[in-house]
Design a protein around this ligand. Structure first.
Ligand SMILES: Cc1cc2nc3c(=O)[nH]c(=O)nc-3n(C[C@H](O)[C@H](O)[C@H](O)COP(=O)(O)O)c2cc1C
Length: 389
């Protein structure tokens, strides 16, 4: 499975074309809209989130609520397009004034603006920022929602939550089930399981906002029920943990990734890191602990996949950092396009989407590609085989 996304932040629409989704998967717009709404929530978001109210249109690849096996086209229209028809118009401008073009000549530190402008030769950095904006993650969440439908049919559960914002750590995250984790975090303005930490995180966001500053954090995605042996130890580019790591770091503003105890492994003895193998007739092979977060040798162990991603603070600041105007070469305070002060809660939904995509794609590749019913059978066979092995 693969997908491409297209569209500018303030252009008429965002589009994704998804190829390779098996036939016979139940898919409705509501499945996707639910996740689009989750991405738009979160304490610390700016005004645009309130006007947007994203909704998907499915334009191909689905008939009467079932996928056909042909490419699926998903479109999310820009509800504010009428205010951008001149600035972002496709046709050449009649009124070619600077005011109409809203030209950007001051690159914002921490954004793609300057490097992208140099790379493509754009003197107007709007040509860069319109595409590099995290608005693009809308359609990545849409593609992820399709992947989540595949996982759901295979009895694989996925959830995401926020474990740290601006240095405030969630301490009490001993959830009894993924369902409980999901239920609690969906109600939390910062998607945090720990109620005490939630309050402190919101206070930290308020403080940053007051100062005209921004804060980052850490999100965690958990996936349960993935059969043993998904991924590969045979080739570097088929290792599923590597694919997931790349997917996480590909999210705007994500700078790091870890599985299980992650970087903490560097500080422990081997005996305190590796997970001992046990066997019982009822469960087959499992591990006593899950410190490695569900991966050994680039393949799933059958234990929950636990992956964390680090998001840097949002780079656009109301208290702007200094930059240089590329026309005058004079120092200037970086221009503000629009900004959230913290997008970590929303980003956890994006992280969930990209992880879901990588796992679904690996399963479809490994267990047959064309028909959902055959994939379900093959996965069931693999589960039985692993248990009896
Ligand atoms: C959900 C989400 C929302 C974001 N919102 C903003 C924002 O409002 N303002 C901003 O400057 N950056 C925002 N970002 C981060 C930038 O898009 C990102 O830092 C920038 O494109 C540069 O890419 P890099 O940080 O990966 O190098 C957001 C990121 C995500 C994942």
């Amino acid at each position: 499975m693969r997908y491409l996304t297209a569209g500018e932040s303030h252009g008429p629409q965002l589009t994704t074309i998804i190829e390779g989704v098996p036939a016979g998967l139940t898919l409705f717009a509501e499945h996707i809209n639910e996740d689009l709404a989750r991405r738009q929530k979160g304490y610390g978001r700016g005004r645009r989130m309130q006007i947007e109210k994203d909704e998907v249109k499915i334009l191909s690849g689905v008939r009467h609520g079932k996928t056909l096996g042909s490419p699926i086209t998903l479109v999310v229209e820009n509800r504010d397009w009428k205010h951008w028809t001149n600035i972002m118009g496709i046709e050449p401008l009649v009124d070619d004034t600077e005011e109409v073009k809203r030209k950007v000549t001051r690159p914002r530190p921490g954004h793609a603006d300057l490097n992208g402008a140099i790379k493509y030769g754009h003197r107007d950095m709007r040509n860069v920022l319109e595409r590099s904006s995290a608005r693009e993650t809308t359609v990545r969440v849409a593609a992820g929602a399709v992947a989540k439908r595949i996982l759901s049919e295979l009895g694989i559960r996925i959830a995401s939550h926020v474990v740290e914002i601006g240095g405030v750590k969630a301490e009490h995250i001993a959830y009894t089930s993924l369902e409980e984790l999901q239920r609690v975090t969906e109600q939390s303005p910062v998607r945090c399981f720990d109620a005490e930490a939630e309050k402190k995180m919101m206070a930290a966001i308020d403080e940053a906002k007051e100062k005209g500053d921004s804060i980052g954090g850490i999100v965690e995605v958990i996936v349960e029920g993935v059969p043993t042996g998904v991924g590969s130890y045979v080739h570097y580019d088929r290792k599923l943990d590597a694919k997931i790591a790349a997917a996480i770091v590909s999210i705007n503003a994500f700078k790091g990734v870890e599985f299980g105890i992650g970087f903490e492994a560097a500080r422990r003895f081997g005996s305190e890191v590796h997970d001992e193998i046990i066997w019982s007739k009822e469960t087959g092979y499992t591990r006593k602990t899950n410190r490695l977060g569900g991966f050994e040798g680039g393949m799933t162990t059958g234990m929950p996949i636990v992956v964390r991603g680090v998001m840097k603070p949002i780079p656009t600041l109301y208290k702007p950092l200094m930059s240089v105007d590329i026309e005058t070469k004079e120092p200037f305070a970086a221009s503000i396009e629009r900004s959230d002060s913290c997008a970590v809660p929303a980003a956890s939904v994006v992280a969930e989407a990209v992880v879901a995509w990588e796992i679904a794609a690996a399963i479809v590749e490994q267990f047959g590609q064309d028909r959902m019913d055959l994939i379900i059978q093959n996965v069931e066979n693999m589960r039985r085989y692993a248990k009896e092995f």
